[in-house]
Design a protein. Sequence first.
Length: 152
Amino acid sequence: MISSEVSCHLVKLLRADEARYLDVTVALTLDIAAMDRFPNLERQIDGADKVASATVAVAELRRWTAKQREVIEEHEAHAVAIAESAKQAQDGRVFTQAHEDSARPAVHPPQHHTRRCRPREVIDANHCTDAVYCVTAPEVHALDTALSSPGR
């Protein structure tokens, strides 16, 4: 087959199932519209005439596909922006989760003596919800004694 027959056959195949091959057809059309050289035509006997015809045809195709190319480029830029935004959001979630994890009070290890917490937030004898102000019973007794001493 010569190239014009191949082109005709390709167009028939693409048209036979337009919905299925729409993306391929648009991409192929845009690729052709972006052509600025025609090396296969240049090598032919009447190459100069064919290159001139192809140049005119491609310029017309470029005019007809300019809006489509613009829409595709905008879509691609938007997709990149969405991907970057999603990455930033994920990074923010990871940072927030790490910050929340580090801000949670540590669970106290089990002790053999009773723990008492102030303010009264005792969950059980081995765990206190107020990690900053959790003391053992002897420490509470000493603190109570110091606070209730007559000079206070």
